[in-house]
Write a protein that binds this ligand. Structure first.
Ligand SMILES: C[S@@+](CC[C@H](N)C(=O)[O-])C[C@H]1O[C@@H](n2cnc3c(N)ncnc32)[C@H](O)[C@@H]1O
Length: 216
Protein backbone atom coordinates (compact mmCIF):
# COMPACT_ATOMS: atom_id res chain seq x y z
CA UNK A 1 0.00 0.00 0.00
CA UNK A 2 1.12 3.51 -0.61
CA UNK A 3 2.08 5.44 2.50
CA UNK A 4 -0.53 8.09 1.69
CA UNK A 5 -3.28 5.46 2.02
CA UNK A 6 -2.33 4.89 5.66
CA UNK A 7 -1.78 8.56 6.43
CA UNK A 8 -5.29 9.24 5.07
CA UNK A 9 -6.73 6.48 7.28
CA UNK A 10 -5.36 8.25 10.34
CA UNK A 11 -6.38 11.74 9.16
CA UNK A 12 -9.92 10.56 8.40
CA UNK A 13 -10.18 8.23 11.43
CA UNK A 14 -10.71 5.16 9.23
CA UNK A 15 -9.36 2.83 11.87
CA UNK A 16 -11.28 -0.40 11.43
CA UNK A 17 -8.06 -2.33 12.13
CA UNK A 18 -7.63 -0.80 15.57
CA UNK A 19 -8.58 -3.10 18.40
CA UNK A 20 -9.75 -1.44 21.60
CA UNK A 21 -9.15 -4.58 23.69
CA UNK A 22 -5.91 -6.50 24.02
CA UNK A 23 -5.29 -9.06 21.26
CA UNK A 24 -6.83 -12.33 22.56
CA UNK A 25 -4.21 -14.74 21.14
CA UNK A 26 -1.46 -12.49 22.47
CA UNK A 27 -2.96 -12.45 25.99
CA UNK A 28 -3.44 -16.23 25.92
CA UNK A 29 -0.07 -17.27 24.53
CA UNK A 30 2.57 -14.58 24.98
CA UNK A 31 2.99 -14.83 28.78
CA UNK A 32 3.59 -18.61 28.48
CA UNK A 33 6.25 -18.19 25.80
CA UNK A 34 8.34 -15.49 27.44
CA UNK A 35 11.64 -16.39 29.10
CA UNK A 36 12.43 -14.92 32.52
CA UNK A 37 15.22 -12.75 31.11
CA UNK A 38 13.30 -11.39 28.09
CA UNK A 39 12.93 -7.63 28.34
CA UNK A 40 12.94 -5.98 24.92
CA UNK A 41 10.26 -6.05 22.23
CA UNK A 42 9.95 -4.38 18.83
CA UNK A 43 6.49 -3.56 17.41
CA UNK A 44 6.66 -2.68 13.69
CA UNK A 45 3.73 -0.75 12.18
CA UNK A 46 2.41 -0.37 15.71
CA UNK A 47 -0.47 2.06 15.13
CA UNK A 48 -1.78 2.89 18.59
CA UNK A 49 -2.28 -0.67 19.74
CA UNK A 50 -3.04 -1.08 23.44
CA UNK A 51 -0.93 -4.24 23.36
CA UNK A 52 2.10 -1.98 23.83
CA UNK A 53 0.83 -1.01 27.29
CA UNK A 54 0.57 -4.69 28.19
CA UNK A 55 4.15 -5.30 27.06
CA UNK A 56 5.43 -2.17 28.81
CA UNK A 57 4.58 -3.64 32.21
CA UNK A 58 7.78 -5.66 31.94
CA UNK A 59 9.39 -4.90 28.58
CA UNK A 60 11.15 -2.00 26.98
CA UNK A 61 8.89 -1.43 23.96
CA UNK A 62 10.18 0.09 20.71
CA UNK A 63 7.39 0.80 18.23
CA UNK A 64 7.55 2.08 14.69
CA UNK A 65 4.68 3.85 13.00
CA UNK A 66 4.33 6.03 9.92
CA UNK A 67 1.61 8.30 11.25
CA UNK A 68 2.28 11.09 13.71
CA UNK A 69 -1.44 11.13 14.58
CA UNK A 70 -1.21 7.46 15.67
CA UNK A 71 1.82 8.14 17.89
CA UNK A 72 0.29 11.25 19.40
CA UNK A 73 -3.07 9.51 20.00
CA UNK A 74 -1.46 6.47 21.61
CA UNK A 75 -0.09 8.62 24.42
CA UNK A 76 -3.08 10.95 24.66
CA UNK A 77 -5.66 8.11 24.69
CA UNK A 78 -3.75 6.54 27.58
CA UNK A 79 -3.29 9.79 29.52
CA UNK A 80 0.46 9.66 29.10
CA UNK A 81 2.66 12.64 28.39
CA UNK A 82 5.40 11.86 25.87
CA UNK A 83 8.76 13.55 25.42
CA UNK A 84 9.24 14.22 21.72
CA UNK A 85 12.60 14.49 19.99
CA UNK A 86 14.08 14.11 16.52
CA UNK A 87 16.76 11.54 15.68
CA UNK A 88 18.01 10.09 12.37
CA UNK A 89 15.08 11.58 10.45
CA UNK A 90 12.52 10.04 12.84
CA UNK A 91 10.36 11.71 15.47
CA UNK A 92 10.64 9.79 18.72
CA UNK A 93 7.81 9.83 21.25
CA UNK A 94 9.03 8.53 24.58
CA UNK A 95 7.47 7.83 27.96
CA UNK A 96 8.56 5.28 30.56
CA UNK A 97 9.20 1.94 28.88
CA UNK A 98 7.72 2.97 25.53
CA UNK A 99 9.53 4.58 22.62
CA UNK A 100 7.69 5.13 19.33
CA UNK A 101 9.78 5.95 16.26
CA UNK A 102 7.59 7.80 13.80
CA UNK A 103 8.57 7.43 10.15
CA UNK A 104 8.85 4.89 7.35
CA UNK A 105 9.65 1.37 8.56
CA UNK A 106 11.81 0.76 5.48
CA UNK A 107 14.03 3.71 6.45
CA UNK A 108 14.42 2.62 10.10
CA UNK A 109 17.85 1.17 10.87
CA UNK A 110 17.33 -2.00 12.91
CA UNK A 111 21.01 -2.19 13.80
CA UNK A 112 20.85 1.01 15.90
CA UNK A 113 18.91 -0.86 18.61
CA UNK A 114 20.08 -3.23 21.32
CA UNK A 115 18.98 -6.80 20.61
CA UNK A 116 15.27 -7.54 20.79
CA UNK A 117 13.97 -10.70 22.48
CA UNK A 118 10.69 -10.41 20.62
CA UNK A 119 9.11 -8.84 17.57
CA UNK A 120 5.34 -8.47 17.72
CA UNK A 121 3.53 -8.40 14.39
CA UNK A 122 -0.18 -7.78 14.71
CA UNK A 123 -1.74 -6.45 11.49
CA UNK A 124 1.65 -5.50 10.01
CA UNK A 125 2.49 -8.24 7.48
CA UNK A 126 -1.19 -8.47 6.52
CA UNK A 127 -1.24 -4.73 5.81
CA UNK A 128 1.03 -5.24 2.78
CA UNK A 129 0.24 -6.71 -0.66
CA UNK A 130 2.31 -9.77 -1.71
CA UNK A 131 5.31 -8.01 -3.31
CA UNK A 132 5.76 -5.70 -0.34
CA UNK A 133 5.54 -8.58 2.13
CA UNK A 134 8.85 -9.94 0.83
CA UNK A 135 10.44 -6.52 1.25
CA UNK A 136 8.89 -6.17 4.72
CA UNK A 137 10.25 -9.52 5.94
CA UNK A 138 13.65 -8.82 4.41
CA UNK A 139 13.87 -5.56 6.35
CA UNK A 140 12.42 -7.09 9.53
CA UNK A 141 15.34 -9.50 9.65
CA UNK A 142 17.60 -6.47 10.37
CA UNK A 143 15.85 -6.21 13.74
CA UNK A 144 16.63 -9.82 14.66
CA UNK A 145 19.53 -11.53 16.34
CA UNK A 146 19.94 -15.28 16.77
CA UNK A 147 17.82 -15.06 19.95
CA UNK A 148 14.92 -12.97 18.65
CA UNK A 149 11.53 -14.64 18.29
CA UNK A 150 8.66 -13.27 16.21
CA UNK A 151 5.09 -13.43 17.47
CA UNK A 152 3.34 -13.30 14.10
CA UNK A 153 -0.41 -13.03 13.62
CA UNK A 154 -1.87 -13.53 10.15
CA UNK A 155 -5.30 -13.80 8.59
CA UNK A 156 -6.39 -16.45 6.11
CA UNK A 157 -9.48 -16.05 3.94
CA UNK A 158 -10.56 -16.70 0.33
CA UNK A 159 -8.58 -14.03 -1.51
CA UNK A 160 -11.09 -13.58 -4.31
CA UNK A 161 -13.71 -12.43 -1.80
CA UNK A 162 -11.97 -9.23 -0.72
CA UNK A 163 -9.34 -6.82 -1.97
CA UNK A 164 -7.11 -5.93 0.99
CA UNK A 165 -5.91 -4.57 3.26
CA UNK A 166 -6.05 -6.70 5.29
CA UNK A 167 -4.53 -9.33 2.98
CA UNK A 168 -4.72 -13.08 3.38
CA UNK A 169 -1.28 -14.59 4.10
CA UNK A 170 -1.26 -18.39 4.05
CA UNK A 171 1.02 -20.83 5.84
CA UNK A 172 3.01 -21.72 2.70
CA UNK A 173 3.87 -18.09 2.20
CA UNK A 174 4.91 -17.63 5.84
CA UNK A 175 7.21 -20.67 5.54
CA UNK A 176 8.63 -19.35 2.25
CA UNK A 177 9.25 -15.87 3.63
CA UNK A 178 11.01 -17.32 6.67
CA UNK A 179 12.65 -20.19 4.80
CA UNK A 180 15.77 -20.54 6.90
CA UNK A 181 13.87 -20.03 10.18
CA UNK A 182 11.95 -22.33 12.47
CA UNK A 183 8.24 -21.64 12.00
CA UNK A 184 5.79 -23.06 14.54
CA UNK A 185 2.08 -22.77 13.98
CA UNK A 186 1.10 -22.10 17.57
CA UNK A 187 -2.63 -21.39 17.50
CA UNK A 188 -5.60 -20.65 15.33
CA UNK A 189 -8.83 -18.74 15.95
CA UNK A 190 -11.92 -19.05 13.80
CA UNK A 191 -13.25 -15.55 13.19
CA UNK A 192 -15.79 -16.55 10.54
CA UNK A 193 -18.87 -14.37 10.94
CA UNK A 194 -17.16 -12.33 13.65
CA UNK A 195 -15.47 -8.95 13.62
CA UNK A 196 -11.80 -8.48 12.85
CA UNK A 197 -10.95 -5.69 15.30
CA UNK A 198 -13.71 -3.11 14.68
CA UNK A 199 -14.96 -4.38 11.31
CA UNK A 200 -17.05 -7.23 10.00
CA UNK A 201 -15.37 -8.33 6.76
CA UNK A 202 -17.52 -9.72 3.91
CA UNK A 203 -15.91 -13.18 3.96
CA UNK A 204 -17.25 -16.74 3.93
CA UNK A 205 -14.33 -17.90 6.10
CA UNK A 206 -11.78 -16.07 8.24
CA UNK A 207 -9.03 -17.60 10.36
CA UNK A 208 -6.49 -15.84 12.54
CA UNK A 209 -3.24 -17.76 12.87
CA UNK A 210 -0.43 -17.34 15.35
CA UNK A 211 3.11 -18.37 14.37
CA UNK A 212 6.22 -18.29 16.50
CA UNK A 213 9.30 -17.78 14.37
CA UNK A 214 12.86 -18.19 15.54
CA UNK A 215 16.28 -19.05 14.20
CA UNK A 216 16.96 -22.81 14.13
C1 LIG B 1 -3.34 -2.35 9.78
S1 LIG B 1 -2.59 -1.10 10.71
C2 LIG B 1 -2.08 -2.01 12.17
C3 LIG B 1 -1.64 -1.16 13.31
C4 LIG B 1 -1.30 -1.93 14.59
N1 LIG B 1 -0.31 -2.94 14.38
C5 LIG B 1 -2.52 -2.52 15.23
O1 LIG B 1 -2.51 -3.72 15.53
O2 LIG B 1 -3.48 -1.78 15.48
C6 LIG B 1 -1.07 -0.84 9.84
C7 LIG B 1 -0.29 0.32 10.37
O3 LIG B 1 0.95 0.40 9.68
C8 LIG B 1 1.29 1.75 9.47
N2 LIG B 1 2.20 1.78 8.32
C9 LIG B 1 1.91 1.51 7.03
N3 LIG B 1 3.01 1.59 6.26
C10 LIG B 1 4.04 1.91 7.09
C11 LIG B 1 5.42 2.14 6.89
N4 LIG B 1 5.99 2.07 5.68
N5 LIG B 1 6.19 2.43 7.97
C12 LIG B 1 5.64 2.50 9.21
N6 LIG B 1 4.32 2.30 9.46
C13 LIG B 1 3.53 2.02 8.41
C14 LIG B 1 -0.06 2.42 9.21
O4 LIG B 1 -0.03 3.82 9.45
C15 LIG B 1 -0.96 1.68 10.19
O5 LIG B 1 -1.04 2.32 11.43
Amino acid sequence: MKQQFWLDCWTNTRLGFHQDELQPLMVEHFPNLVNATDNRIFVPLCGKTADMLFFAERFKVIGNELSGIACHDFFEDNNLLANVKERNGFTIFEQGNIELHQGDFFALDGKQFQAFDWIYDRAAIIAFPAGMRREYVQHLKNFMTAETRIFLLTLEFPEDEMKGPPFSVNENEVRQLFKSYKVIKQAERDLTGQKFARIKLPLSSLQEILYIISTE
